[in-house]
Design a protein around this ligand. Sequence first.
Ligand code: FMN
Ligand SMILES: CCCCCCC(=O)C(=O)O
Length: 364
Amino acid sequence: MAGEPVNLNEFQELAKEALAKMYYDFYAGGAEDQYTLKDNVEAFKRITIRPRILVDVSRIDMSTTVLGYNISAPIMIAPTALHKLAHPEGEAATARAAAASKTIMILSTTSSCTVEEVASSCNAVRFFQLYVYKRRDITAALVHRAEKNGYNALVLTVDVPRLGRREADIKNKMIAPRLKNLEGLLSIEVDSNSGSNLEAYAKATMDASLCWKDVEWLRSITNMPILIKGILTREDAIKAAEIGVAGIVVSNHGARQLDYSPATITVLEEVVHAVGGKIPVLFDGGVRRGTDVFKALALGAQAVLIGRPVVFGLAAKGEHGVKRVIQMLKDELELAMALSGCPSVKDINRSHVRTERERLLSML
Ligand SMILES: Cc1cc2nc3c(=O)[nH]c(=O)nc-3n(C[C@H](O)[C@H](O)[C@H](O)COP(=O)(O)O)c2cc1C
Ligand SMILES: CCCCCCC(=O)C(=O)O
């Protein structure tokens, strides 16, 4: 690609040029037919914006709060695995970029840098994403380390009882790098001649018996607020609000788990209605433009998380690349707000978008 990237998709092109095929495929890929992977992005394109005019937009304020923490814009960093496959500085660079951008990074359990290394790389607000291992003692140790190292919330990922079938990883025989957070705690060697070593590793270690009552167990071992990541239905959203978690993330894991699960933006409103304002609803999946952020906020999300574009920014240009990715989205969101008559994020409301359902109903 010639010249500097001007949007997030161009960062993906740069990352493709920079990365070994096995790693690029791991980051970019989705499950099976990758139907949901495409639809996460395409579904945003089926929503149009209803701009309002003659509103004073000479000043735009994108700042907001999540769990009471101030951030410069409703754009956070989603937990994604193994940043050192993208860049030698790994999650430490991502965390510094998050801090410089005044936003929150959610560190993955399956990070290449440890909980402690990331904590000492910046003093910004950080959340910790938790996978629950069969070995509950190891899970508890991770939670305690996150708490001790100043992570401000726990994001419990609930959509990985098994790893999704990612065919590129199977073909590439994707490696399962040693997870630094588990060093000295768990050593499982996998060697899957038949396909993805990552999938084999996940099968050997992740606790597929995880269920609602385990949220109580988690609560009993930590004072950190707990958010549940991976909710796609009103039924589960109601349950989460009933058991009193601190928030939820509408997510299909970047379409890497269950193919033909819905594009997340198409179920956001259902979940928001079900929760009825009792707890904050965060959102991820397919956000590539400031207008996508705007649409998610209009449908009730408090903030969005960005997954792949952050890793692509890191792969292409390290910490600077992550900062650029976040800044590009912020610039696009700011412009979308100005052109839609929304001087602050609280001005963005349901009347500012027309969903595909509404378009179809209007034709009857
Ligand atoms: C390479 C990659 C690794 C991921 N690793 C994790 C993880 O360790 N924990 C987790 O909860 N979600 C993980 N996710 C899912 C993201 O948190 C997020 O839900 C998803 O990437 C959002 O979609 P987007 O990539 O279209 O922005 C991962 C996603 C990708 C692409
Ligand atoms: C090493 C165990 C599985 C890592 C899973 C990371 C992830 O959530 C994803 O790739 O998606």
